[in-house]
Design a protein around this ligand. Structure first.
Ligand code: ATP
Length: 267
């Protein structure tokens, strides 16, 4: 089943004054189309400023595009009733790069994870406590961690809490915007393996936005590449990326360092 369909999306940020006239700024997204099937993880790669996060915001309903459509489970997210859009928002969650600014430092882990449940579910105090504890265990933390505050966790642990909050409502799609980029290599590998496990067990779909082709290759089924607001490559099978003849994609591939330092020396 098709979870997400982005159709010919074009977007620019605001207007600028030019020779006394007001005109739209140049587009940061130009005619972008892509689809994500149920249970699929699509990696979205590209250099800084390519428009990846903007596309993520358009998909999440946070930036209405000037042209094109975003269909989530077949429904246009910018044209449904308030009720329909509220339900769509429940099924589409996000995990950002900066795990610290994504949480309220005065809330406990239990309150952070419980927030979407407060908004959408009517659970008793006991049910909510049990659900939060299950979610903590699901992401590799302990039930008693629900009483801790954000500053009492490492970056990797806090990102697990953000992931627990994102899966609390059993969404269909999670947009992961550079979600592992601020973590060290060891934590990155742990979070990538957690994401892979959750995808299989919960039947999730991901849009995995990253600069890091290695991370994308580890977690994704397919890979798309953006440059200057356009989608320049789209591979349903991630291995297809290595066949790309596009110079920008070849530069991304060339940026992968060989694993052994000796192999990194110029010949
Ligand atoms: N709120 C905004 N207002 C105006 N311009 C913006 C805004 N957000 C992003 N831009 C511009 O849009 C372009 C695309 O930015 P975007 O953050 O989508 O790229 P990106 O590929 O995610 O980059 P990065 O990997 O560095 O986060 C950039 O030129 C950026 O300066």
């Amino acid at each position: 089943m098709r979870v997400l369909q982005v159709k010919e999306v074009t977007h620019s940020y605001g207007r600028r004054k030019w020779l006394g006239r007001s005109e739209l700024r140049p587009p940061v997204l130009s005619g972008v189309s892509l689809t994500i099937e149920s249970g699929f993880c699509l990696g979205l790669l590209g250099t800084s400023g390519a428009g990846k996060s903007t596309l993520g915001k358009v998909i999440l309903g946070l930036e209405k595009p000037q042209k094109g459509q975003v269909l989530f489970q077949g429904q246009d997210i910018y044209h449904g009733s308030t009720q329909v859009r509220r339900e769509l928002r429940r099924d589409m969650q996000v995990v950002f790069q900066d795990c610290y600014s994504a949480v309220n430092p005065r809330m406990t882990a239990g309150q952070i994870i419980g927030e979407p449940l407060d908004n959408y579910e009517r659970l008793s105090v006991q049910e909510q406590k049990r659900t939060v504890e299950n979610l903590l265990e699901r992401v590799g933390l302990r039930p008693e961690d629900r009483n801790k505050f954000p500053h009492q966790f490492s970056g990797g642990q806090l990102q697990r809490i953000n992931i627990a909050r994102a899966i609390a409502l059993k969404p269909k799609l999670i947009v992961l915007d550079e979600s592992v980029s601020s973590l060290d290599m060891v934590h990155q590998m742990h979070i990538l393996s957690l994401l892979g496990e959750l995808k299989s067990s919960l039947g999730l779909s991901y849009l995995f936005i990253t600069h890091d082709i290695r991370a994308a290759y580890t977690v994704c089924d397919g890979i798309a590449v953006m440059e200057q607001g356009e989608l320049i490559e789209y591979c349903d099978d991630k291995d297809g990326i290595f066949e790309s003849i596009h110079p920008a994609v070849q530069r991304l591939i060339a940026s992968i360092l060989p694993e052994h330092p000796a192999d990194r020396l110029p010949s």
